[in-house]
Design a protein around this ligand. Structure first.
Ligand code: UT7
Length: 349
């Protein structure tokens, strides 16, 4: 047994407005049939004018903190339910502003005091990277209790005329609380596998708005402020890298794929989830999918899928869980844990 970061709270938040496939088909040359068969997505949530990533992050964070308090109160595990959070890590690639980071504002609005807080930018792998960062700071003794949030509002950076990206992405936030504990406890993060390949940086990108473009006098070229994705190579790499990363973590943790109860992978496309399942030799019941209801919510995708799987009774205490993500950078990452007993309350939408 050794000091470990233990997951002890879970929350999520989605903006109220739902955009159905049918509504998209009224604006763009697409159809419910194409979107469902090519991606598995039926609808997505989008922010209202003036609503930002931090608004969703605060709502998800508050829910995760309430879940941690309720879990500690019930578990009688000797953990003080009022132990304060002393670290906030926010994974996002759609911060409220390019500078400063969004996490300090989120920590302030949650009333967490002067805790260290910062953003992590790894696009759809952001949540796994943020989880690894916070868990490492807990095991190193730098933090005792961390709030880890994945939040994105990709609807704010999409080209309104791009039928492919608008069909896929949705807005949302998901959050977990980690506390210092023991590696033998349910909820302990048992290991991570992380990687990147910058040779694929152009495959998922927003070309304008950074120093490369802004060091050139004058405005950005038309359309360069929008998010772009080269779907086909990204699809291939997503399958390959999530499968390889999962396999290498499973070897390290000592689990076979058959011993994993639930794989919660980044919700990009149902065909990607199925292909990863095939690569790993998984059965359908091992794969968690909620993308039909929320689309690809980027850094929020994995914690929102966890929240929905718990709410639906699909994910149970004692289950062996593998998290795996892939995204821009290119980046990928996986984490493993045994699912703990959690009080989660009602999902917020
Ligand atoms: O979250 C980070 C990681 N992201 C991902 O993992 C996404 C990975 N990529 C994908 O999920 C898929 O590549 C997409 C869903 C983005 C696209 O699906 P695809 O089956 O790879 O389609 P494609 O890009 O090869 O396009 C096939 C056709 C094209 O038409 P033509 O050129 O064959 O006439 C597209 O223009 O489908 C067309 N198309 C659409 N048609 C109707 C693309 N988007 C749409 C649409 N509605 N929304």
């Amino acid at each position: 047994m050794s000091r470990a970061a233990v997951l002890c709270g879970l929350g999520g938040s989605l903006p109220e407005r739902i955009v159905s496939n049918e509504e998209l088909a009224e604006q763009l040359d697409t159809s419910d049939r194409w979107i469902r068969t090519r991606t598995g997505i039926g609808q997505r949530h989008v922010v209202a004018p003036g609503q930002s990533t931090s608004d969703l992050a605060v709502a998800a964070g508050a829910q995760a903190l309430a879940s941690a308090r309720a879990t500690a109160g019930r578990a009688d595990d000797g953990v003080d339910p009022v132990d304060p959070v002393d670290l906030v890590v926010l994974a996002t690639s759609t911060p409220d502003r390019p500078c400063p980071a969004t996490a300090p504002d989120v920590a302030h609005r949650l009333g967490l005091g002067h805790v260290p807080s910062f953003d992590v930018s790894a696009v759809c792998t952001g949540f796994v990277y943020a989880l690894a960062t916070a868990a490492s700071m807990i095991t190193a003794g730098i933090a005792g209790r961390a709030l880890v949030i994945g939040a994105d509002t990709f609807s704010t950076i999409l080209d309104p005329a791009d039928r492919t990206t608008r069909a896929i992405f949705g807005d949302g936030a998901g959050a977990v609380v980690l506390r210092a504990g023991d590696s033998g406890e349910p909820g302990a993060l048992l290991g991570f596998d992380l990687g990147s390949d910058g040779s694929g940086a152009d495959l998922i990108t927003v070309r304008a708005g950074g120093s490369r473009q802004r060091s050139v006098p004058g405005p950005a070229a038309e359309g360069e402020e929008f998010f772009t994705m080269d779907g086909r190579p990204v699809f291939t790499r997503a399958v390959l890298d999530m499968s390889r990363s999962s396999q290498s973590l499973l070897e390290r943790v000592g689990w076979s794929a058959a011993e994993v109860d639930k794989v919660v992978a980044h919700q990009a496309n149902i065909r990607i989830l199925n292909a990863v399942g095939e690569q790993l030799g998984l059965e359908e019941k091992q794969i968690v999918a909620n993308l039909d209801r929320v689309g690809n919510t980027v850094a929020a995708s994995i914690p929102l899928a966890l929240r929905d799987a718990v709410a639906g009774g699909e994910l149970q205490p004692g289950h062996r869980v593998l998290l795996t993500g892939f995204g821009g950078g290119l980046t990928w990452g996986s984490a493993a844990l045994v699912w703990p007993e959690l009080e989660t309350g009602r999902p917020h939408r």
